[in-house]
Ligand binder design. Structure first.
Ligand SMILES: [Zn+2]
Length: 118
Protein backbone atom coordinates (compact mmCIF):
# COMPACT_ATOMS: atom_id res chain seq x y z
CA UNK A 1 0.00 0.00 0.00
CA UNK A 2 1.49 3.26 -1.07
CA UNK A 3 -0.88 6.15 -1.11
CA UNK A 4 -0.55 9.88 -0.55
CA UNK A 5 -1.09 9.58 3.19
CA UNK A 6 1.60 6.95 3.65
CA UNK A 7 4.02 8.99 1.64
CA UNK A 8 3.29 12.09 3.66
CA UNK A 9 3.81 10.12 6.88
CA UNK A 10 7.17 8.87 5.67
CA UNK A 11 8.18 12.40 4.83
CA UNK A 12 7.09 13.63 8.24
CA UNK A 13 9.18 10.93 9.92
CA UNK A 14 12.19 12.03 7.91
CA UNK A 15 11.49 15.66 8.77
CA UNK A 16 11.49 14.70 12.43
CA UNK A 17 14.84 12.94 12.17
CA UNK A 18 16.27 15.87 10.21
CA UNK A 19 15.19 18.24 13.00
CA UNK A 20 17.91 16.79 15.24
CA UNK A 21 17.93 16.47 18.99
CA UNK A 22 16.82 18.99 21.60
CA UNK A 23 20.19 18.76 23.36
CA UNK A 24 21.98 19.94 20.25
CA UNK A 25 19.66 22.82 19.34
CA UNK A 26 18.52 23.92 22.77
CA UNK A 27 21.11 22.77 25.32
CA UNK A 28 19.71 25.26 27.85
CA UNK A 29 16.31 23.50 27.88
CA UNK A 30 15.66 20.74 30.42
CA UNK A 31 12.11 19.95 29.36
CA UNK A 32 9.15 21.20 27.37
CA UNK A 33 5.58 20.17 28.00
CA UNK A 34 2.87 21.02 25.50
CA UNK A 35 -0.64 20.50 26.84
CA UNK A 36 -3.32 20.68 24.21
CA UNK A 37 -7.06 20.48 24.06
CA UNK A 38 -8.16 19.51 20.60
CA UNK A 39 -11.51 20.60 19.33
CA UNK A 40 -12.99 19.19 16.18
CA UNK A 41 -16.39 19.68 14.60
CA UNK A 42 -18.64 16.75 15.43
CA UNK A 43 -16.18 15.15 17.84
CA UNK A 44 -15.52 15.24 21.55
CA UNK A 45 -12.70 17.44 22.79
CA UNK A 46 -9.52 15.51 23.28
CA UNK A 47 -6.72 16.31 25.67
CA UNK A 48 -3.17 15.51 24.68
CA UNK A 49 0.18 16.18 26.31
CA UNK A 50 3.52 16.03 24.51
CA UNK A 51 6.76 15.99 26.50
CA UNK A 52 10.21 16.86 25.24
CA UNK A 53 13.47 16.04 26.96
CA UNK A 54 17.06 16.68 25.75
CA UNK A 55 17.03 13.35 23.86
CA UNK A 56 13.77 14.14 22.03
CA UNK A 57 13.72 15.36 18.45
CA UNK A 58 13.40 19.14 18.24
CA UNK A 59 10.28 18.76 16.14
CA UNK A 60 7.30 20.80 17.22
CA UNK A 61 4.65 20.01 14.65
CA UNK A 62 1.47 18.40 15.90
CA UNK A 63 -0.93 16.54 13.61
CA UNK A 64 -4.50 17.58 12.89
CA UNK A 65 -7.24 15.21 14.01
CA UNK A 66 -8.91 15.12 10.63
CA UNK A 67 -8.30 11.66 9.15
CA UNK A 68 -7.39 12.80 5.70
CA UNK A 69 -5.66 16.02 6.67
CA UNK A 70 -2.16 15.40 5.40
CA UNK A 71 -0.58 18.79 4.89
CA UNK A 72 -2.09 20.53 7.88
CA UNK A 73 -1.46 20.38 11.58
CA UNK A 74 -0.12 22.81 14.12
CA UNK A 75 3.38 24.12 13.82
CA UNK A 76 4.54 25.22 17.28
CA UNK A 77 8.13 25.77 16.14
CA UNK A 78 8.00 29.55 16.05
CA UNK A 79 6.16 29.77 19.37
CA UNK A 80 8.63 27.51 21.14
CA UNK A 81 11.81 28.93 19.65
CA UNK A 82 10.78 32.47 20.53
CA UNK A 83 9.94 31.36 24.08
CA UNK A 84 13.38 29.79 24.42
CA UNK A 85 15.05 32.89 23.01
CA UNK A 86 13.37 35.07 25.61
CA UNK A 87 13.73 32.43 28.36
CA UNK A 88 10.00 32.42 28.80
CA UNK A 89 8.62 29.61 30.96
CA UNK A 90 4.95 29.60 30.07
CA UNK A 91 2.75 30.57 27.18
CA UNK A 92 -0.72 29.75 25.94
CA UNK A 93 -2.97 30.42 23.02
CA UNK A 94 -5.06 28.92 20.27
CA UNK A 95 -4.20 27.62 16.84
CA UNK A 96 -6.26 26.47 13.88
CA UNK A 97 -5.09 23.81 11.44
CA UNK A 98 -2.44 25.09 9.00
CA UNK A 99 -4.37 23.57 6.12
CA UNK A 100 -7.34 25.72 5.21
CA UNK A 101 -8.54 23.14 2.67
CA UNK A 102 -12.15 22.23 1.97
CA UNK A 103 -12.58 19.57 4.67
CA UNK A 104 -14.96 20.61 7.41
CA UNK A 105 -13.46 18.46 10.13
CA UNK A 106 -10.09 20.14 10.60
CA UNK A 107 -9.30 20.46 14.27
CA UNK A 108 -8.14 23.38 16.35
CA UNK A 109 -6.17 23.43 19.57
CA UNK A 110 -6.00 25.43 22.74
CA UNK A 111 -2.47 24.99 24.03
CA UNK A 112 -0.23 25.65 26.98
CA UNK A 113 3.51 25.41 26.72
CA UNK A 114 5.71 25.05 29.81
CA UNK A 115 9.48 25.13 29.49
CA UNK A 116 12.01 24.29 32.17
CA UNK A 117 15.56 25.48 31.75
CA UNK A 118 18.64 23.58 32.81
ZN1 LIG B 1 -6.41 19.79 9.35
Amino acid sequence: MFNRNNQARTEKKQEKIDAGFMAKHFPEVASIVISMMYTQKGAKSLRRTVNYTPDSYAFFKVACLSNDCVDGGFDMTRIITSMIRSHSEASNGELGCDDSGPRADHSAIVYEVAIQYA
